[in-house]
Design a protein around this ligand. Structure first.
Ligand SMILES: Cc1cc2nc3c(=O)[nH]c(=O)nc-3n(C[C@H](O)[C@H](O)[C@H](O)COP(=O)(O)OP(=O)(O)OC[C@H]3O[C@@H](n4cnc5c(N)ncnc54)[C@H](O)[C@@H]3O)c2cc1C
Length: 348
């Protein structure tokens, strides 16, 4: 294993900038280092936490086990079926740089997902999505290390059971697999995806001549305008998922709140997705501060570390928002951010 450190402050390893400690910490730059780290944790019955960019975690307390920073790097290309190019990226490749790499090689599809923080290995975990695209649309397969058996396995797109900000890695296989690399099937010069209204509007002056680079530039510009840079103001992006309501619940809510915005949801007939940001804003939370944590004033879906927030500040603000949205709209908000330990687990 590469160097094993003890009692390490994780503030620089989570985009909320929360100051919690890891009992043990190591950086895995090779498969062997990763395997040795897993063996160390198993031999000492230690809980394990994989971290990429730490941009989708809420570290609620000191971590009593081994934190492994995923630092495997490398990108390869092979010819795929039907003129596609199969691009494999190691789990520790920074996501945005990988998107730029593909674009520079003329490989299209991922440009709508530009500027999402974090690493390639975490992209399948919650099936990252933005501006009309989900990463599942481009994942061919995922190579994983099984923590229990030590086997290296290749999982097809279907085996990953991707859903809205969801996958088998957050469900049935939670904590059982480490993503070593992801293979994407990309096309040269594919037509840009402008299904997201605000993106289409931003590019309307280009007419039919919109390129993947134009989409990339527009997505970056919109994101820079709307979202806080975690290096400046700690945050983990959208804190909650947009709730998906069945036809009946949606009709009830719309009747009570005629201005309720909604989008089509890909699930059962009549299901609608409702913007969590709207519910939170209507419930009066935009800009409000609790301890050092606050609801971002430009985007109510984002909780920010305004002033030396503690994990407890973020947790109690999030819980208060959930209770308030439930009371006002009868809608249960579900966090998108991974709480570590999970919400149901009491802190000792
Ligand atoms: C400003 C901002 C904007 C964001 N915008 C978006 C957005 O538009 N769309 C979106 O979907 N997300 C968004 N996010 C959330 C986040 O960037 C993504 O979820 C990203 O994929 C997380 O990557 P990470 O490497 O930082 O994961 P981490 O936070 O390090 O880890 C997230 C989870 O995955 C696990 N994990 C990480 N790597 C591995 C691995 N190799 N194998 C197994 N498990 C692993 C961790 O244990 C943890 O449970 C945003 C976050 C921020 C701060």
């Amino acid at each position: 294993m590469s160097m094993l450190a003890e009692h390490i402050d994780l503030q620089a390893y989570n985009s909320f900038g929360l100051a919690v400690n890891a009992r043990y910490f190591t950086r895995a730059q090779t498969l062997q280092e990763l395997q040795e780290a897993v063996a160390f944790a198993r031999a000492n019955s230690l809980p394990m936490l994989l971290l990429g960019g730490g941009s989708n975690v809420l570290l609620r307390a000191d971590f009593p086990g081994l934190v492994i920073l995923m630092a495997l790097r490398g990108i390869t290309e092979a010819q795929g079926p039907a003129g596609t190019v199969l691009v494999s990226a190691a789990g520790g490749e920074p996501w945005h740089e990988f998107v730029q790499h593909c674009l520079a090689r003329g490989l299209c599809g991922l440009e709508n997902l530009a500027l999402i923080p974090g690493c390639v290995g975490a992209a399948p975990m919650q099936n990252i999505g933005a501006y009309g695209v989900e990463v599942k649309d481009f994942i061919s397969d995922v190579k994983v290390l099984d923590i229990g058996s030590g086997a290296i396995e290749t999982m097809s797109n279907a085996q990953c059971a991707f859903g809205y900000r969801d996958s088998v890695f957050k469900g049935a296989l939670r904590g059982q697999k480490i993503v070593l690399s992801v293979t994407f099937a990309l096309a040269r010069g594919a037509a840009p995806n402008l299904s997201y209204g605000a993106l289409a509007d931003a590019l309307s002056d280009k007419g039919a001549a919109v390129s993947a680079q134009d989409v990339f530039d527009a997505v970056c510009a919109i994101r820079r305008e709307k979202l806080p840079d975690p290096k400046v103001l700690g945050n983990a992006g959208s804190f909650f998922k947009n709730p998906v309501l069945c036809a009946q619940d949606f009709a009830r809510l719309q009747q009570a709140h005629p201005a309720l915005p909604s989008f089509a949801a890909p699930g059962a007939a009549g299901e609608r997705k409702v913007p969590a940001a709207w519910l939170i804003e209507q419930a009066g939370w935009k800009g409000r501060q609790h301890g050092g944590a606050a609801v971002y004033e430009k985007q109510a879906l984002v909780i920010v570390n305004r002033d030396h927030a503690t994990a407890e500040d973020v947790v109690s603000l999030a819980m208060a928002i959930m209770a308030s949205v439930q009371a006002r709209f009868g809608v249960r908000l579900e966090p998108e951010v991974q709480w570590i330990p999970a919400l149901e687990t009491p802190l000792v």
